[in-house]
Write a protein that binds this ligand. Sequence first.
Ligand SMILES: NC(=O)c1ccc[n+]([C@@H]2O[C@H](COP(=O)([O-])OP(=O)(O)OC[C@H]3O[C@@H](n4cnc5c(N)ncnc54)[C@H](O)[C@@H]3O)[C@@H](O)[C@H]2O)c1
Length: 333
Amino acid sequence: MNARKRAAMVGLGGQATSDHLPGLAQCHRAELVGVCDIDADRVAAVAGRHQVPGFTTVERLLREARPDFVIAAVPHHAGREVVAACAEAGVHVLKEKPFATDPHQATELAGLCEKAGIELMVTVQRRFHPVYTAGLQLLERIGSPYLVEARYTFHRPDPAAGWRGRAKLAGGGCLADMGYHLIDLLLWYLGLPDRVLAGTSAAAVPGAEYDAEDTALVHLAYDSGLYGSLLVSRSAGPKTERLAVTGPHGTLAVERGTVRLLDPGGQVVEALRREPAWPCPPATLIDRFCRVLDGTAPNPSGPAAHLPHAAFLAAAYASAATNRPVEPREFPA
Ligand SMILES: NC(=O)c1ccc[n+]([C@@H]2O[C@H](COP(=O)([O-])OP(=O)(O)OC[C@H]3O[C@@H](n4cnc5c(N)ncnc54)[C@H](O)[C@@H]3O)[C@@H](O)[C@H]2O)c1
């Protein structure tokens, strides 16, 4: 095996602490060589704990720690500057979702990555989970799909907290944030819808100051006749995650860690369960990215693959603002 790649962590908040830093400690192909955050106290604490140099600007981190790649887990509004700095320095990026906050930014960043010749992989974990891969294989068994129902919900007591409560900073609300995973699954399995009609609300905590939607319902329509909906909420529990696609020969139902094929009457024909449902450690994702950099594994989640996500989100938000169906393919306009 090649020498371990030099990895640097940018953004030392919740996702870095819960996933990426433990993942780096467990992975086989990379080692942590530096950390960065605009919060100097966080930098000091994490750098001390991991015995690596810490920085408060990405540019200094890139110059002095000389990483092969950066793991970027920053608020959505800060993603552009981090990716642009890495591209400028020729450093690869494992980017926390979303790839970008709007279609123009997505096109711009895809161009920057291509010009710089860097790899960028967006962390959409379901692409690397065998149950979801099996779901795609089983999809052909139901015949031409005519109905899709998707739902991803959980309850957060304070939807106004931090940058996530501000649509401008987060590039939207729950749809752009947690909904990105469900949109990725939808696009992976069924492609970009031809029309969307969306409704959103930020009404779960009356009196709280926030404008990023806590709940979104998106109706989907494809020219093939397939239609359905996607419900995302970070205020309406219980925690659920489900995608069901129905065709003439049955239904494919994917839930966290389980995929089932049902006959048209709803009886289970076959099922696959992963136990534990969600081990998929971040270490696996980091090692996979190292293989992408070595040229020994493909990158299923690069910039070009994420342009449709930005188009879907822009269309959904335009639809919610105008109360009209919008075609994602119009974006970027
Ligand atoms: N894949 C998943 O399941 C998953 C889960 C949670 C979060 N995320 C993603 O991870 C990212 C971070 O989310 P989080 O919950 O950790 O947020 P957070 O607010 O907890 O942490 C973000 C950190 O980035 C720092 N920061 C802000 N601007 C910066 C800059 N310009 N340079 C360096 N650091 C900067 C902040 O000071 C903070 O410490 C988001 O993109 C989010 O969507 C993904």
